[in-house]
Design a protein around this ligand. Structure first.
Ligand code: GLA
Length: 334
């Protein structure tokens, strides 16, 4: 009997040790290192991978640990906040999979005393209005969109296209404010430059990825069989890439298509292709700055009580094409 009890006690102890060992492996250090989360909606986009890696650079600089988590939907987001709280994290940066989750995310974060900084996509409240009291780091959406329109027009002129048989395919995602502002900016710049307004066609994508944009673009292309040259507008590289793939599928030559994406880092494989495609280039903003600054401001908030600015707009942007993309990425350390 005595031996059995002893064995059980040893087993129980071993069990505890095992549990804490796995908790240790999962949650990282159990020393006093400060932990901060970085939650992103689409970890498959190099944009978000770049943010993560620059958040880690901030972690190295200031001595905190970054817990990187993928949150593709609402359920995973709320679960991630539970996990973060259980690990002892003090706050997180988030690019939400859906802006309307804002109030639920904030309620859960508050229940655990976690601080929140948003990046890229702004939260919306129950009335659909931006939650301007939550700190946000984002790109200058309208301005960068306008630049997309201006560069498209410039390239079209360089190629000597006749506006009469050219059209704009604008793949929209209006429920996402940053996407709406980018596309609206692009369209207004095209009109301003002189592109005929009634040859600018908008089509919504169901999902913010290449397959979604491809479907949207296909449905648009079949409606306008007489267009010879297409300009492709979209809120990011994947959206524009979907448009380009659709033109290829419907037999357009790369020479007759000009697409310019936004994000830059998501366009590297395309620009590296041995032959040019209709994807002419991409506007590279600053995922490095977004990743570093957002978590740096969270760190200072947690550590020193310094409240972050409510709104940080990142404006720098550079057009990368097949000719300069390697050099431009290198300049930013990407
Ligand atoms: C949105 C887009 C991303 C990226 C970021 C940049 O979240 O979905 O692809 O463009 O904005 O702010």
């Amino acid at each position: 009997m005595k031996t059995i009890r002893k064995t059980l006690a040893v087993a129980a102890l071993a069990g505890t040790a095992l549990l804490s060992a796995s908790a240790h492996a999962f949650f990282g250090n159990d020393d006093d290192t400060l932990k901060l989360g970085y939650l992103v909606k689409q970890p498959e986009e190099p944009w978000f991978q770049t943010e993560w890696s620059f958040a880690e650079k901030a972690g190295e600089k200031y001595g905190f640990e970054v817990i990187k988590m993928a949150v593709p939907d609402g359920e995973k987001t709320l679960n991630a906040i539970d996990t973060l709280a259980a690990s002892g994290a003090k706050g997180f940066v988030i690019c939400t999979p859906d802006p309307k989750l804002g109030p639920a995310i904030m309620a859960k974060a508050k229940s655990y005393g976690l601080k929140v900084v948003t990046v890229d996509d702004q939260f919306l409240n129950a009335k659909g209005k931006p939650m301007t009291d939550v700190p946000l780091v984002m790109m200058a959406a309208s301005q960068i969109g306008q630049r997309q329109g201006q560069e498209l027009y410039k390239e079209m002129q360089k190629r000597g296209w006749n506006p009469a048989d050219s059209a704009v395919m604008a793949i929209t995602a209006d429920e996402l404010d940053t996407a709406r502002r980018r596309v609206d900016g692009s369209i207004s710049a095209l009109k301003e430059a002189g592109f005929p307004a009634d040859q600018i066609y908008r089509v919504p994508t169901k999902t913010n990825d290449i397959p979604g944009a491809l479907d949207a673009a296909n449905s648009l292309l079949v409606q306008y069989p007489n267009v010879k040259h297409w300009l492709v507008v979209g809120m990011n590289d994947n959206t524009v890439l979907g448009g380009i793939r659709a033109t290829e599928g419907q037999g357009f030559d790369a020479q007759n298509v000009i697409g310019i994406g936004i994000n830059g880092v998501d366009a590297v494989n395309e620009l590296a292709k041995s032959k040019p495609t209709g994807f002419y280039g991409s506007l590279l903003p600053s995922p490095d700055v977004h990743g570093f600054k957002s978590i740096e401001s969270l760190y200072k908030w947690v550590k020193d009580g310094v409240e972050p600015n409510k709104y940080v707009e990142v404006t720098d942007v550079v057009l990368i094409t097949r000719d300069n993309y390697k050099a431009e990425l290198k300049k930013k350390g990407l």
